[in-house]
Design a protein around this ligand. Structure first.
Ligand SMILES: Cc1cc2nc3c(=O)[nH]c(=O)nc-3n(C[C@H](O)[C@H](O)[C@H](O)COP(=O)(O)O)c2cc1C
Length: 217
């Protein structure tokens, strides 16, 4: 590329930190995910729970954005959002999604694919009430993914709900809650030198539980 100081094509990183083999990955990919998550935590990586969520709309057009992992419930990956948002509508028309973690400090990527469902309302209530007050008001004030005229609309809406809930316990908005991604495929990627990376893919065929395969990088 011309006109930039840095030639983008020259940006590259050789990965040398670690290796991944079949024995280390074990037999349960959710347990192994938890192990890698703990290692990312121990490495003091910030926002290790930030994951890319990919959905497809009714036309087959993919859409991706970051959401925050908030728990692993019954082997499902849980996050919270607005059910009326663009992603909420896409999930309604196609409940198959992908999640992606990239922990660059550990030269690791985890790819998760599966089906998605809403979590029980009681669980969404519990999490909603654990959030800071400002975030709870925000969930009421933002018609997520809708076009709005200007910033002022948002600020005015925030003030309106701040006042409305000033002297009462704020309920969870009916349009806000959790989803759980139930994984069918989980791939662990560990960067290696000369692009000879390690990739271990787990697949759950719904019959015999998880099996694993090594993939070429
Ligand atoms: C670090 C980070 C964390 C985010 N976490 C969430 C989240 O947990 N839930 C959420 O609804 N949006 C979250 N967002 C905003 C989404 O990326 C996105 O803008 C929003 O959900 C609207 O997406 P949609 O229009 O595709 O529905 C986050 C964004 C970033 C950058």
């Amino acid at each position: 590329m011309s006109g930039t100081r840095l030639n983008i094509a020259d940006i590259r990183q050789d990965y040398k930190l670690a290796a991944l083999d079949e024995a280390t990955a074990g037999d349960n990919p959710v347990s192994f995910f938890q192990q890698w998550f703990q290692e990312a935590e121990a490495a003091q990586i910030t926002e290790i729970n930030a994951m890319t969520l990919a959905t497809c709309d009714s036309q087959g057009m993919p859409h991706a954005r970051i959401v925050l992992l908030k728990g692993l419930e019954n082997n499902g990956f849980v996050f919270f959002t607005n059910y009326d948002s663009a992603k909420g509508k896409e999930i309604l028309s196609n409940p198959k999604v992908a999640l992606l973690f990239f922990w660059k400090e550990l030269e690791r990527q985890v790819r998760i694919e599966g089906s998605i469902e809403k979590i029980p309302e009681a669980d969404s209530d519990t999490y909603f009430h654990s959030r800071p007050r400002g975030s709870r008001i925000g969930a009421w004030a933002s018609p997520q993914s809708s076009e709005i005229d200007n910033r002022n609309f948002l600020d005015a809406n925030y003030s309106k709900y701040e006042l409305e809930f000033s002297d009462m316990d704020m309920p969870r908005p009916p349009h806000w809650g959790g989803y759980k991604v139930v994984p069918q495929r989980i791939e662990f990627w560990q960067g290696r030198s000369s692009r000879m990376h390690d990739r271990i893919l787990f697949v759950n065929d719904g019959k015999e539980g998880w099996y694993k395969r090594r993939l070429a990088p």
